[in-house]
Design a protein around this ligand. Structure first.
Ligand SMILES: O=CC(=O)O
Length: 365
Protein backbone atom coordinates (compact mmCIF):
# COMPACT_ATOMS: atom_id res chain seq x y z
CA UNK A 1 0.00 0.00 0.00
CA UNK A 2 2.72 2.38 1.13
CA UNK A 3 4.77 1.50 -1.95
CA UNK A 4 1.73 2.02 -4.20
CA UNK A 5 1.04 5.56 -2.92
CA UNK A 6 4.72 6.47 -3.13
CA UNK A 7 4.69 5.34 -6.74
CA UNK A 8 1.57 7.33 -7.58
CA UNK A 9 3.05 10.51 -6.09
CA UNK A 10 6.42 10.01 -7.71
CA UNK A 11 4.88 9.30 -11.12
CA UNK A 12 2.75 12.45 -11.01
CA UNK A 13 5.82 14.52 -10.10
CA UNK A 14 7.61 13.22 -13.16
CA UNK A 15 4.66 13.17 -15.52
CA UNK A 16 6.53 14.73 -18.40
CA UNK A 17 9.38 12.20 -18.29
CA UNK A 18 8.96 9.13 -20.53
CA UNK A 19 8.41 5.92 -18.56
CA UNK A 20 11.28 3.47 -18.84
CA UNK A 21 10.39 -0.01 -20.01
CA UNK A 22 12.86 -2.89 -20.00
CA UNK A 23 12.03 -5.52 -22.65
CA UNK A 24 14.02 -8.68 -21.97
CA UNK A 25 14.18 -9.87 -25.60
CA UNK A 26 12.94 -8.65 -29.00
CA UNK A 27 9.16 -8.97 -29.31
CA UNK A 28 7.40 -10.29 -32.42
CA UNK A 29 6.38 -7.35 -34.65
CA UNK A 30 2.77 -7.08 -33.42
CA UNK A 31 4.07 -6.28 -29.92
CA UNK A 32 7.11 -4.30 -30.97
CA UNK A 33 4.99 -1.91 -33.00
CA UNK A 34 2.87 -1.02 -29.96
CA UNK A 35 5.94 -0.12 -27.91
CA UNK A 36 7.64 1.68 -30.80
CA UNK A 37 4.54 3.84 -31.24
CA UNK A 38 4.58 4.78 -27.55
CA UNK A 39 8.28 5.51 -27.84
CA UNK A 40 7.82 7.73 -30.88
CA UNK A 41 5.06 9.58 -29.02
CA UNK A 42 7.58 10.30 -26.27
CA UNK A 43 5.61 8.27 -23.70
CA UNK A 44 8.24 5.62 -23.11
CA UNK A 45 11.95 5.02 -23.32
CA UNK A 46 12.73 1.42 -24.23
CA UNK A 47 15.65 -0.60 -22.95
CA UNK A 48 16.01 -3.51 -25.36
CA UNK A 49 18.44 -6.20 -26.48
CA UNK A 50 19.27 -6.86 -30.12
CA UNK A 51 19.93 -10.55 -29.51
CA UNK A 52 16.93 -12.86 -29.74
CA UNK A 53 17.73 -15.12 -26.80
CA UNK A 54 16.74 -15.39 -23.16
CA UNK A 55 18.21 -12.36 -21.44
CA UNK A 56 21.18 -13.18 -19.23
CA UNK A 57 20.05 -12.56 -15.67
CA UNK A 58 23.10 -10.38 -15.00
CA UNK A 59 22.09 -8.10 -17.89
CA UNK A 60 18.57 -7.73 -16.51
CA UNK A 61 19.86 -6.95 -13.01
CA UNK A 62 22.40 -4.47 -14.37
CA UNK A 63 19.77 -2.57 -16.38
CA UNK A 64 17.42 -2.46 -13.42
CA UNK A 65 20.15 -1.24 -11.06
CA UNK A 66 20.79 1.75 -13.32
CA UNK A 67 17.51 2.99 -11.88
CA UNK A 68 14.14 4.47 -12.83
CA UNK A 69 12.77 1.44 -14.67
CA UNK A 70 8.96 1.66 -14.48
CA UNK A 71 7.93 -1.47 -16.33
CA UNK A 72 9.36 -4.80 -17.47
CA UNK A 73 8.16 -6.95 -20.36
CA UNK A 74 9.43 -10.46 -19.75
CA UNK A 75 9.08 -14.04 -20.96
CA UNK A 76 8.50 -17.28 -19.07
CA UNK A 77 12.25 -17.98 -18.97
CA UNK A 78 12.90 -14.78 -16.97
CA UNK A 79 12.66 -15.42 -13.25
CA UNK A 80 11.08 -12.42 -11.57
CA UNK A 81 11.94 -12.73 -7.92
CA UNK A 82 12.88 -10.64 -4.90
CA UNK A 83 16.40 -10.01 -6.27
CA UNK A 84 14.98 -8.58 -9.52
CA UNK A 85 12.48 -6.38 -7.68
CA UNK A 86 15.18 -5.20 -5.28
CA UNK A 87 17.44 -4.32 -8.23
CA UNK A 88 14.63 -2.28 -9.79
CA UNK A 89 13.77 -0.44 -6.60
CA UNK A 90 10.67 1.68 -5.98
CA UNK A 91 10.26 2.99 -9.54
CA UNK A 92 8.97 -0.39 -10.79
CA UNK A 93 5.19 -0.41 -11.24
CA UNK A 94 4.40 -3.27 -13.58
CA UNK A 95 5.64 -6.63 -14.79
CA UNK A 96 4.08 -7.80 -18.03
CA UNK A 97 4.83 -11.37 -19.04
CA UNK A 98 4.31 -12.64 -22.57
CA UNK A 99 2.80 -15.86 -21.27
CA UNK A 100 -0.33 -17.32 -19.77
CA UNK A 101 1.48 -19.05 -16.90
CA UNK A 102 3.18 -16.90 -14.29
CA UNK A 103 4.87 -19.43 -12.03
CA UNK A 104 8.19 -17.72 -12.93
CA UNK A 105 6.98 -14.60 -11.11
CA UNK A 106 7.06 -14.29 -7.31
CA UNK A 107 3.52 -12.94 -6.94
CA UNK A 108 3.77 -12.49 -3.16
CA UNK A 109 6.83 -10.27 -3.63
CA UNK A 110 5.00 -8.23 -6.29
CA UNK A 111 1.98 -7.84 -4.06
CA UNK A 112 4.10 -6.72 -1.09
CA UNK A 113 5.61 -3.99 -3.25
CA UNK A 114 2.38 -2.95 -4.94
CA UNK A 115 3.63 -3.95 -8.39
CA UNK A 116 1.00 -4.98 -10.94
CA UNK A 117 1.24 -8.13 -13.08
CA UNK A 118 -0.09 -8.57 -16.62
CA UNK A 119 -0.36 -11.87 -18.52
CA UNK A 120 -1.73 -13.05 -21.87
CA UNK A 121 -4.02 -15.96 -20.93
CA UNK A 122 -6.56 -16.01 -23.72
CA UNK A 123 -4.31 -15.55 -26.72
CA UNK A 124 -2.87 -19.05 -26.56
CA UNK A 125 -5.86 -21.18 -25.58
CA UNK A 126 -6.61 -22.53 -29.05
CA UNK A 127 -3.00 -23.11 -30.06
CA UNK A 128 -2.23 -24.99 -26.85
CA UNK A 129 -5.41 -27.06 -27.13
CA UNK A 130 -4.28 -28.02 -30.66
CA UNK A 131 -0.97 -29.31 -29.30
CA UNK A 132 -2.79 -31.19 -26.53
CA UNK A 133 -4.90 -33.01 -29.12
CA UNK A 134 -1.83 -33.59 -31.29
CA UNK A 135 0.06 -35.15 -28.37
CA UNK A 136 -2.89 -37.42 -27.56
CA UNK A 137 -2.68 -38.74 -31.11
CA UNK A 138 1.11 -38.82 -31.27
CA UNK A 139 1.40 -40.74 -28.01
CA UNK A 140 -1.37 -43.23 -28.67
CA UNK A 141 -0.41 -43.81 -32.32
CA UNK A 142 3.28 -44.03 -31.39
CA UNK A 143 4.12 -41.35 -33.94
CA UNK A 144 7.27 -40.18 -32.15
CA UNK A 145 8.59 -43.72 -32.11
CA UNK A 146 7.78 -44.15 -35.81
CA UNK A 147 9.46 -40.88 -36.79
CA UNK A 148 12.58 -41.80 -34.84
CA UNK A 149 12.75 -45.24 -36.47
CA UNK A 150 12.42 -43.84 -40.00
CA UNK A 151 14.96 -41.04 -39.35
CA UNK A 152 17.37 -43.61 -37.93
CA UNK A 153 17.11 -45.65 -41.18
CA UNK A 154 15.33 -48.57 -39.48
CA UNK A 155 12.27 -48.83 -41.73
CA UNK A 156 13.77 -51.51 -44.01
CA UNK A 157 14.11 -53.79 -41.00
CA UNK A 158 10.58 -53.13 -39.73
CA UNK A 159 8.16 -53.69 -42.65
CA UNK A 160 4.38 -53.50 -42.15
CA UNK A 161 3.26 -56.10 -39.66
CA UNK A 162 -0.09 -56.75 -37.98
CA UNK A 163 1.03 -55.30 -34.67
CA UNK A 164 3.76 -52.89 -35.78
CA UNK A 165 3.61 -49.67 -33.78
CA UNK A 166 0.10 -50.31 -32.54
CA UNK A 167 -1.28 -48.18 -29.75
CA UNK A 168 -4.63 -47.86 -28.01
CA UNK A 169 -7.61 -46.21 -29.73
CA UNK A 170 -9.26 -42.97 -28.69
CA UNK A 171 -12.71 -44.23 -29.67
CA UNK A 172 -14.85 -44.93 -26.58
CA UNK A 173 -12.00 -43.99 -24.28
CA UNK A 174 -12.27 -42.08 -21.01
CA UNK A 175 -10.42 -38.78 -21.16
CA UNK A 176 -9.42 -37.31 -17.81
CA UNK A 177 -8.57 -33.62 -17.59
CA UNK A 178 -6.57 -32.33 -14.67
CA UNK A 179 -7.41 -28.62 -14.54
CA UNK A 180 -10.58 -27.98 -16.50
CA UNK A 181 -10.01 -24.35 -17.46
CA UNK A 182 -10.10 -22.91 -20.93
CA UNK A 183 -7.22 -24.95 -22.35
CA UNK A 184 -8.57 -28.15 -20.78
CA UNK A 185 -12.04 -27.50 -22.16
CA UNK A 186 -10.85 -26.68 -25.67
CA UNK A 187 -8.56 -29.73 -25.73
CA UNK A 188 -11.55 -31.87 -24.84
CA UNK A 189 -13.66 -30.13 -27.46
CA UNK A 190 -11.14 -31.15 -30.12
CA UNK A 191 -11.16 -34.75 -28.91
CA UNK A 192 -14.94 -35.04 -29.17
CA UNK A 193 -14.40 -35.34 -32.91
CA UNK A 194 -12.52 -38.61 -32.32
CA UNK A 195 -15.45 -40.39 -30.70
CA UNK A 196 -14.28 -40.53 -27.11
CA UNK A 197 -16.71 -42.20 -24.72
CA UNK A 198 -16.67 -39.96 -21.65
CA UNK A 199 -14.71 -37.31 -19.83
CA UNK A 200 -13.82 -36.76 -16.21
CA UNK A 201 -12.29 -33.60 -14.87
CA UNK A 202 -10.91 -31.85 -11.83
CA UNK A 203 -11.00 -28.12 -11.32
CA UNK A 204 -9.81 -25.78 -8.60
CA UNK A 205 -12.88 -23.62 -9.24
CA UNK A 206 -15.88 -25.93 -8.87
CA UNK A 207 -19.17 -24.39 -9.90
CA UNK A 208 -17.55 -21.46 -11.65
CA UNK A 209 -18.72 -21.22 -15.22
CA UNK A 210 -16.16 -20.02 -17.72
CA UNK A 211 -16.53 -16.87 -19.77
CA UNK A 212 -19.74 -16.89 -21.75
CA UNK A 213 -18.16 -17.72 -25.06
CA UNK A 214 -19.36 -20.14 -27.65
CA UNK A 215 -15.93 -21.72 -27.58
CA UNK A 216 -16.22 -23.04 -24.04
CA UNK A 217 -18.63 -25.60 -22.75
CA UNK A 218 -20.69 -24.41 -19.88
CA UNK A 219 -19.89 -27.77 -18.43
CA UNK A 220 -19.54 -27.02 -14.83
CA UNK A 221 -23.27 -26.58 -14.58
CA UNK A 222 -24.31 -29.29 -17.02
CA UNK A 223 -23.40 -32.93 -17.26
CA UNK A 224 -22.97 -33.60 -20.92
CA UNK A 225 -21.29 -32.05 -23.89
CA UNK A 226 -22.75 -31.03 -27.24
CA UNK A 227 -21.53 -34.41 -28.48
CA UNK A 228 -23.75 -36.11 -25.91
CA UNK A 229 -21.04 -37.92 -23.95
CA UNK A 230 -20.99 -37.80 -20.15
CA UNK A 231 -18.65 -35.16 -18.76
CA UNK A 232 -18.37 -35.37 -15.00
CA UNK A 233 -16.22 -34.15 -12.14
CA UNK A 234 -13.86 -36.87 -10.87
CA UNK A 235 -14.74 -38.01 -7.36
CA UNK A 236 -11.10 -37.89 -6.31
CA UNK A 237 -7.60 -37.94 -7.76
CA UNK A 238 -7.56 -41.72 -7.35
CA UNK A 239 -10.79 -41.94 -9.35
CA UNK A 240 -9.24 -39.78 -12.08
CA UNK A 241 -6.09 -41.95 -12.12
CA UNK A 242 -7.94 -45.25 -12.19
CA UNK A 243 -10.52 -44.33 -14.84
CA UNK A 244 -8.57 -42.26 -17.37
CA UNK A 245 -7.35 -43.83 -20.60
CA UNK A 246 -5.83 -40.46 -21.45
CA UNK A 247 -4.93 -38.12 -18.61
CA UNK A 248 -4.48 -34.60 -19.95
CA UNK A 249 -2.75 -32.11 -17.68
CA UNK A 250 -3.84 -28.51 -18.23
CA UNK A 251 -3.70 -27.10 -14.70
CA UNK A 252 -1.60 -24.17 -13.46
CA UNK A 253 1.60 -24.96 -11.57
CA UNK A 254 0.99 -24.11 -7.91
CA UNK A 255 2.30 -25.59 -4.66
CA UNK A 256 -0.68 -27.97 -4.66
CA UNK A 257 -0.13 -29.22 -8.22
CA UNK A 258 3.66 -29.58 -7.99
CA UNK A 259 4.54 -33.27 -8.28
CA UNK A 260 0.86 -34.21 -8.20
CA UNK A 261 1.46 -36.84 -10.88
CA UNK A 262 3.94 -38.90 -8.90
CA UNK A 263 4.72 -42.61 -8.48
CA UNK A 264 1.62 -43.11 -6.28
CA UNK A 265 -0.70 -41.54 -8.84
CA UNK A 266 0.90 -43.41 -11.73
CA UNK A 267 0.58 -46.72 -9.89
CA UNK A 268 -3.20 -46.24 -9.86
CA UNK A 269 -3.38 -45.79 -13.64
CA UNK A 270 -4.17 -48.50 -16.20
CA UNK A 271 -1.15 -49.98 -18.01
CA UNK A 272 -2.93 -49.05 -21.25
CA UNK A 273 -3.23 -45.36 -20.32
CA UNK A 274 -1.36 -42.28 -21.54
CA UNK A 275 -0.27 -39.06 -19.82
CA UNK A 276 -0.38 -35.81 -21.80
CA UNK A 277 1.11 -32.61 -20.33
CA UNK A 278 0.71 -29.19 -21.95
CA UNK A 279 0.81 -27.31 -18.63
CA UNK A 280 4.07 -27.17 -16.68
CA UNK A 281 6.74 -29.84 -16.25
CA UNK A 282 6.89 -29.91 -12.44
CA UNK A 283 3.28 -31.13 -12.18
CA UNK A 284 4.74 -34.52 -13.17
CA UNK A 285 7.54 -36.44 -11.48
CA UNK A 286 9.72 -37.08 -14.56
CA UNK A 287 11.62 -40.05 -13.16
CA UNK A 288 8.46 -41.77 -11.93
CA UNK A 289 6.88 -41.28 -15.37
CA UNK A 290 9.94 -42.59 -17.22
CA UNK A 291 10.04 -45.68 -14.96
CA UNK A 292 6.30 -46.35 -15.32
CA UNK A 293 6.60 -46.33 -19.12
CA UNK A 294 9.83 -48.33 -19.11
CA UNK A 295 8.28 -50.99 -16.88
CA UNK A 296 5.10 -51.21 -19.00
CA UNK A 297 2.92 -49.80 -16.21
CA UNK A 298 1.79 -47.02 -18.55
CA UNK A 299 1.41 -47.14 -22.35
CA UNK A 300 3.16 -43.86 -23.10
CA UNK A 301 3.14 -40.09 -22.79
CA UNK A 302 3.02 -36.93 -24.84
CA UNK A 303 4.70 -33.97 -23.19
CA UNK A 304 5.21 -30.38 -24.28
CA UNK A 305 6.80 -29.38 -20.99
CA UNK A 306 9.20 -31.01 -18.56
CA UNK A 307 10.94 -30.13 -15.32
CA UNK A 308 14.35 -28.64 -16.04
CA UNK A 309 13.53 -27.45 -19.57
CA UNK A 310 15.24 -26.38 -21.74
CA UNK A 311 18.28 -28.19 -20.32
CA UNK A 312 17.09 -31.59 -21.47
CA UNK A 313 19.61 -33.68 -23.39
CA UNK A 314 19.46 -36.99 -25.23
CA UNK A 315 20.44 -38.90 -22.08
CA UNK A 316 17.40 -37.67 -20.12
CA UNK A 317 15.27 -40.65 -18.96
CA UNK A 318 12.17 -39.23 -20.66
CA UNK A 319 13.99 -38.73 -23.97
CA UNK A 320 15.44 -42.24 -23.84
CA UNK A 321 11.95 -43.74 -23.50
CA UNK A 322 10.71 -44.13 -27.07
CA UNK A 323 7.05 -44.34 -26.06
CA UNK A 324 7.30 -40.81 -24.74
CA UNK A 325 6.93 -37.98 -27.23
CA UNK A 326 8.61 -34.87 -25.85
CA UNK A 327 8.21 -31.49 -27.57
CA UNK A 328 10.25 -28.39 -26.67
CA UNK A 329 7.42 -26.29 -25.16
CA UNK A 330 5.72 -25.25 -28.40
CA UNK A 331 2.11 -25.19 -27.17
CA UNK A 332 1.51 -21.59 -28.25
CA UNK A 333 3.89 -21.62 -31.21
CA UNK A 334 1.86 -20.31 -34.10
CA UNK A 335 2.93 -17.00 -35.60
CA UNK A 336 -0.58 -15.65 -35.06
CA UNK A 337 -0.67 -16.63 -31.39
CA UNK A 338 2.81 -15.40 -30.57
CA UNK A 339 2.03 -12.12 -32.36
CA UNK A 340 -1.12 -11.67 -30.29
CA UNK A 341 0.70 -12.58 -27.06
CA UNK A 342 3.37 -9.97 -27.82
CA UNK A 343 0.73 -7.34 -28.60
CA UNK A 344 -1.09 -8.09 -25.37
CA UNK A 345 2.12 -8.00 -23.33
CA UNK A 346 2.94 -4.58 -24.82
CA UNK A 347 -0.58 -3.29 -24.15
CA UNK A 348 -0.48 -4.60 -20.57
CA UNK A 349 2.76 -2.81 -19.72
CA UNK A 350 1.38 0.48 -21.09
CA UNK A 351 -1.87 -0.07 -19.17
CA UNK A 352 0.09 -0.68 -15.97
CA UNK A 353 1.89 2.62 -16.49
CA UNK A 354 -1.35 4.52 -17.13
CA UNK A 355 -0.37 5.29 -20.71
CA UNK A 356 -3.78 5.20 -22.33
CA UNK A 357 -4.28 1.45 -22.83
CA UNK A 358 -6.76 -0.90 -21.13
CA UNK A 359 -5.40 -4.04 -19.50
CA UNK A 360 -5.87 -7.18 -21.55
CA UNK A 361 -5.35 -9.12 -18.34
CA UNK A 362 -4.19 -7.95 -14.94
CA UNK A 363 -3.66 -10.76 -12.46
CA UNK A 364 -5.40 -10.20 -9.13
CA UNK A 365 -2.54 -10.50 -6.65
O1 LIG B 1 3.48 -22.02 -21.53
C1 LIG B 1 3.21 -21.00 -22.07
C2 LIG B 1 2.63 -19.88 -21.41
O2 LIG B 1 2.34 -19.95 -20.21
O3 LIG B 1 2.43 -18.87 -22.09
Amino acid sequence: MLFRSFRTISSSLHRSMPSKILVTRPLPPAGDIVLQRASQAGQVELITRAEDSTAPREWVLEQLRKGDVDGVVCMLGDKIDEEVLEAAGPSLKVISTMSAGFDHVDTAALKARGIALGTTPDALTDATADVGAMLVLMASRRAGEGIRAVADGKWPSMPWAPLLLCGHALQNSTVGILGFGKIGQLTLKRLLGFGIGRALYTTSKPGQALSPSKDYFNLLSSSSSPGGIPIEPAQSLSHLAAESDFLIITCALTPSTTNLINADFLAQMKPTAYIINTARGPVVDSLALASAVKEGKLAGAGLDVVTGEPNITADHPLVKEHRITLLPHIGSATLETRGEMAREAAVNVLAGLGLGEQWVNEVKL
